[in-house]
Design a protein. Structure first.
Length: 302
């Protein structure tokens, strides 16, 4: 849908901006044998992994899938089990697709930029055709190559060889970045094509179903907000003796010290029977205690 496309575009743009700022302020290749690879791969892979985890965590479907339970009223059959497996796979693929937007954007942009890749693999370039210190040992040649990402550390006689190596690595990095983008675009397009081919709904029916699900979720959220507010209002009224927002309050209730202590502190979701839970300490107090105690009348002038 349009909302998904816009959301993905915003995520990609924010990732690109973040990558540019991240590279400008934090990236500085150590130019040392054995450290370049670790440093370059860390800057290339770790942010992508973090973005992937954040993408999973910020998707409501992830928690719906994790916290979902089979209905007690549903009869377990082989067909139901197969349908449930298909549904889980479909939802998991959908979640993964959304979560991959930011990390793939990060990887593509960093590869096209080339700095991380150059830092990571500079010491492993076969340079027999670049004329880089042909009369030195292999370990010394690696040490010289490891300094190539840092132009200030390269001797003047190796400047030309350094420029050739940097151009080669930048070419490899940018080709890899564009190949990654092409693979992702083709995969997404083919996935949508396959999903449309195997969909039991026609095009207009699918649009109607998508609209229905969207509207149902919006109405459910509105009802949840209003229902929980009205339900909580009854418990607050029982504790304080009036409904918040009322204009003609005749009396208020003065809670006792024991009651204040009963609703204070930390609480977890508590199951009271097979079908119901206590959502908070105030909820627990309102269901168990009678609203006796001291009441104070309010003057109309006040």
């Amino acid at each position: 849908g349009k909302e998904v496309v816009i959301a993905n575009a915003i995520i990609a743009i924010l990732t690109i901006g973040g990558q540019q700022l991240f590279s400008f302020f934090t990236f500085s290749c150590p130019c040392h044998v054995g450290q370049n690879l670790i440093y370059g791969l860390a800057f290339l892979g770790v942010p992508a992994l973090i973005l992937l985890i954040v993408g999973y965590a910020l998707n409501n479907q992830t928690w719906r899938l994790v916290m979902g339970k089979r209905s007690h009223f549903e009869k377990v059959t082989s067909s139901n089990q197969l349908l449930k497996c298909k549904l889980v796979c479909f939802v998991l693929c959908s979640i993964t697709g959304r979560a991959l937007v930011a990390p793939v954007t990060w990887l593509a942009v960093t590869l096209i930029n080339g700095s991380y890749y150059i830092c990571a693999v500079s010491e492993y370039v076969p340079v027999y055709y670049h004329g880089v210190a042909p009369n030195v040992t292999a370990s010394e040649r690696r040490r010289i190559l490891a300094t190539f990402p840092c132009s200030q550390l390269v001797p003047p006689e190796l400047t030309r060889a350094r420029d050739e190596v940097i151009l080669l690595l930048r070419y490899q990095s940018q080709v890899a970045g564009w190949l990654l983008i092409a693979v992702v675009v083709i995969t997404v397009f083919l996935s949508y094509c396959l999903a449309s081919c195997f969909s039991p709904l026609s095009f207009l029916h699918f649009r109607y179903w998508s609209s229905y699900v969207h509207n149902e979720q919006e109405l459910f959220d509105e009802a949840t907000e209003q229902h929980s507010r009205l339900y909580a209002m009854q418990h607050v009224k029982k504790f304080f003796g009036f409904i918040p927002g009322s204009e003609n309050v005749k009396e208020i209730r003065i809670p006792s010290l024991r009651e204040w202590q009963a609703i204070s502190g930390l609480a977890f979701l508590k199951q009271v029977d097979e079908e119901h839970y206590d959502y908070s300490l105030l909820h627990d107090w309102a269901l168990k205690e009678r609203a006796n105690g001291k009441y104070l009348r309010i003057d109309e002038d006040a």
